[in-house]
Ligand binder design. Sequence first.
Ligand code: UD1
Ligand code: CA
Length: 448
Amino acid sequence: MAKSELALVILAAGKGTRMKSSLHKVLHPLGGRPMLHHLLSSAEPLNPTRKVIVVGAGKEQVEASVGAQAEIAVQEPQLGTGHAVQMTRDQLNGFTGDVLILYGDVPLLSTETMQKIIDTRQNSGAAVVVLGFTPKDAKAYGRLKLDKDDHLDAIIEYKDATEEERAITLCNSGIMALSGEHMFTLLDSLKNDNAAKEYYLTDVVEIANKMGLGCAVVEADEQEVMGINSRGELAEAEAVFQNERRQYFMDAGVSLKDPTTVYFSYDTLIGQDVTVEPNVVFGPGTKIADNVTIKAFSHIEGTIIGAGSTVGPFVRLRPGAALGEGVKVGNFVEIKKASVEDGAKVSHLSYIGDARIGKNANIGAGTITCNYDGYFKYHTDIGEGAFIGSNTALVAPVTIGDGAIVGAGSVITFAVEGDALAIARGRQKQLGGWAARFRTDKKAKKMV
Ligand code: UD1
Ligand code: CA
């Protein structure tokens, strides 16, 4: 069968009041990325040719976040889920492919389940395919009413359901696929003569049945269709996301010594034979090669780490940090927007920002790149094999040549030539016997 075109409709016009937030609910992050973008990205492999997001309040925020990735339809006021889909008429009138309707606040839906819904629509020819699930607690979800042949008769909203209908355990996730050919005909027949006085999307099932168009059900796991209405549910979804990532990385050859204390971002990439100790956080934009060890209590974002490197404990790697191969970054070091080339070491208590550290250079304990004058940022360049003594301040812009040595405690303000020794600190002087004379004098004064 020829695959038909796919349109995505993402419903996001609900008020989201329980989040108590000035940020639109669907823009709250999960694994470091707005939940709306999780959906867009999970749907991408299905090659949707149209993407419409239905919004009410907070339209500008959603628009700014998706840019040219999707069209925006406005639903104002919000008269129900069916009414929300009606608002896509400008974008989807005349569209005859499949329409996959998603909820912006149900972000964990997998590509596989989306594919299964679309395949069922195409293979069964049913005009409506509903994604059902059997939750542990059926709460106030809509109930899927099947006939004796397991054919979907109707979706009954909890508010409108009889006791007998409420006893049904198969529930409506809200997600469904419609045939574009019939979608607006079905939507145009919706009425709001129900307990909520809303235009229920769920009523398209009965309408399609009456028209002889056919309906089908696909089932999903409860976790995949969990909706996020509050900060508590957001945290629950985050936990589901993190657990999935932890298992994924362990399956891919990463050792997590205490998995539940390691946090990943949606785009974290990690090679094989990497060990991650407890309490490590990966913010967005991190890529780690093979045979790396990340020691406990490190926070890493926007960073590339080359093969065989060791990082931590207590290391902070910020955006633009790029470590080469066999690099060592040790205790209490912060690195931002700096490349640390192969074999270089920054072992203790340093701040390295806006810098290059050449191959095999050794940066002594407490070295600071003074990169900011309160107005602008400046670059520090440290050559291959250079040795920077402990507690050195490198006042940028400044260059340290290949193989140079900087004496401990220096404040370096201008370029150091390659292979030179630079010392920039008060010269040490010594007064023999001074300390003993000092003590004798003070003790004598104290006795009177
Ligand atoms: C809906 C389903 C119910 C299902 C439940 C799953 C209907 C009538 N009921 O319930 O069967 O079990 O989802 O959570 O469809 N939205 C709009 N505009 C509106 C109303 C809602 O865009 O006018 C969006 C919301 O932002 C949300 C989604 O639609 O993303 C669902 O809305 P919500 O009010 O949570 O669904 P219910 O009506 O409770
Ligand atoms: Ca809901």
